[in-house]
Design a protein. Structure first.
Length: 279
């Protein structure tokens, strides 16, 4: 495997905290990341990496994947990856896409292992989740803990419900600041997301996620008041009709105590009687 420090030296670049650029340089962490796919016997025929950087993780993914596609926003780093891995590109094993991961067309990948740019990690994650593929993604520790949180805990929120709607999510490793160059201000963590269908049904997924977002904007309010106060977010034309139709036990709860299936049942009721916007 290529040495992380040597790759940084050959690239002639330094990480820039002001631009959310921190390079993972700990060999032990890098070596472990692909194994989180192997543990679930995931399909590694085409592995997607978001944020290739200097190629330290790319190098390891090429060892386990039949084909790897890397999306890299920085033009200089994209050019370096093409030069550093020219033989793999020529062999058809690696594709480097230069551009913003939120804007480019993504390939039909089988799994993703990525050290995401933290500033846009949420947006990228929710672009990947609907693809229904196994994911091994690195986030800030606090963000990862919120993704896996259970109802009734202080970390539980909109992110928890939305993430767990798409997959079983496990925090598999915490990573110290010192594993990066330059070290970020916070500790990081790796989650593994195994796609599955939720144990509930909703007629409109977009509305369900919007409804969850709305209620968590008033997490200290009862569900009754949150429904009434957030129609401008949820898009409900008749929030009173939802309150009138819902069980009182549910209306007395607060968002942080509502399990995902409870949110789904309430969202379904709101969809049926609350006249939500078509958007």
């Amino acid at each position: 495997m290529r040495d992380p420090d040597a790759l940084i030296a050959r690239a002639g670049i330094r990480g820039d905290p002001d631009h959310d650029q921190h390079f993972l340089v700990d060999d032990r962490v890098l070596d472990r990341l692909p194994t989180y796919l192997e543990e679930i016997d995931a399909d590694t025929s085409h592995v997607l990496e978001i944020g290739g950087g200097t190629g330290v993780l790319t190098d390891r993914l090429l060892a386990v994947g039949d084909e790897v596609t890397v999306v890299e926003r920085d033009p200089d780093l994209a050019a370096f990856l093409r030069e550093e891995f020219a033989d793999k590109i020529a062999a058809g094993e690696l594709t480097v896409i230069e551009g913003d991961a939120l804007a480019v067309d993504l390939p039909d990948f089988s799994a993703s292992v990525s050290n995401l740019p933290y500033g846009v990690s949420s947006e990228i994650a929710f672009r990947l989740f609907p693809e229904g593929k196994p994911l091994v993604l690195m986030f800030q520790q606090e963000f990862a803990e919120r993704m896996v949180a259970e109802s009734g805990t202080s970390e539980y929120g909109r992110l928890s419900v939305s993430s767990q709607h798409y997959a079983d999510i496990q925090l598999v490793e915490s990573i110290p600041k010192e594993a990066f160059s330059p070290p970020p201000a916070v500790q990081s963590a790796v989650i593994r997301a195994v796609p599955r269908e939720p144990d509930y049904e909703v007629d409109d997924e977009e509305f369900f996620l919007r409804f969850v977002k709305a209620l968590f904007t008033q997490r200290r309010k009862t569900i009754r008041n949150a429904i009434r106060n957030t129609a401008h977010i949820s898009g409900l034309a008749e929030p009173k009709a939802v309150v009138d139709a819902a069980d009182d036990d549910v209306l007395q709860k607060r968002a942080g105590a509502m399990a995902p299936a409870e949110f789904a049942a309430l969202a379904q009721l709101a969809w049926e009687v609350g006249e939500p916007d078509a958007d």
